[in-house]
Design a protein. Sequence first.
Length: 491
Amino acid sequence: MGIVIPAINWASIAPELVVFSTAMVVLLLGAFFPRISSWLIAGISLLGVFLAFMATVLLWGSSELAFSNMLALDNYGLFFNFIFLICTALTILASIDYFDKMSEPVEHPEYYGLILFACVGMMFMAAGADLITIFLGLETMSIAIYILAGFVKNDLKGNEAAIKYLLLGAFSTGFLLYGIALIFGATGSTNLVAIYKHLSLSANVSFPMLLFGMALLIVGFGFKIASVPFHMWTPDVYEGAPTVVTAFMAAGVKAAAFAAFLRVFVFALPSLQPDWTAILWVLAILTMTIGNLAALLQENIKRMLAYSSIAHAGYIMIGMVAARHAANDIGTYSILYYLLAYTFMNMGAFIVVILYGRHAEDNLNIGDYAGMGYKYPVLGVTMAIFMFSLAGIPPTAGFVGKFYVFAAAVKGGFIDLAIIGVINSVLSVYYYLRVTVMIYMREPAADMPTLKFSRAATLATTIAALATLILGIFPEIFITLARQSVSMILG
């Protein structure tokens, strides 16, 4: 009996290979040369991200299932690659001088390797055409993030954040794995294509084991996207983790979770759509409302942005509820556009928080921003742009993202959900504009610190601000790319 070696197309995972190789190089350089310049390590990391970005561009338009149908090379995964790589590049830029600004500087040569490994996990989550592949990608990402959350060893809040995230993350992983096991038991496969075909031909898709497995998958993914009631870890972890890691988590982890969530539910489990739509309808309302109401009460800007991210998960879930496998693809591609816009506006806001902190974690109360626009006018303008975008005020990317998500809900017949979403969006304007009012309509404190801005972090926030405006003023290009990504999805 001969051994059959499956064909391996390494080109199909070229971006992932580039990022992984860069992570290994960075990790080894840090191990053998512990005093190596952080600028050099960051430069090598950025080069790897750029090369992976170019590999993604060259693969655009490809369509195949690789590695025995375990991975999908399609525009859907490639679009998310762009999001992950942008998120990683902005994080690296914001990190270059971040740890040196701390009262006790932290040696961090391995930090950039962990960021890159987390990015690799995200990319495999988006490209996974099998539940096992998605799980492996999720664990690769999560393990790196657990370490990054507690990266500053002498920071008690950071240690608490890392432990909370690790324990609750492991707990949610158990739900996800149990759900995968039940899906396998009900369909005989963990491959998304095989699951889709099995359910399409099955006369009984309401099999209890299948429905219970679906519910457990919602719990597992719900933890990663920080939807209610699986959100309790978010404010504490976001506040305790280093701000630069919080920014990476808020954008990258959420995008990766939604990438896998969408591929599994909208494209592999459409036969169960009436069941999971009803669940997500309730979760979307709870997530938006609780996230916004809690954000109104926050004085710490990191906690406010944490509850804000919960609310945005609710808006994105509206797109999932409204999504149709064929008839209403606006629900799906609106999510892709929203996540791209959210990456820039949310990371930009966190990078402004980083720039305004004299010792990396200073000036975290909203009251500390009083008069910032007078002493630091450019920083004030960029923060105002991000706040307007998060609130959904035109002509920013946040407005266009919410418009398309709500339009998808109306087209899908969920007018009540769209109305609740609009009401929540109006509610959120209060706490976003509160920051802007502090920046421009309050007298600066007499002891307002004199800051020395990192050039790399300044570049990152400038890129984020310009992108937020470009995506809002010229959204057609990006909407077209998102639509192409949805139309060519595999798995």
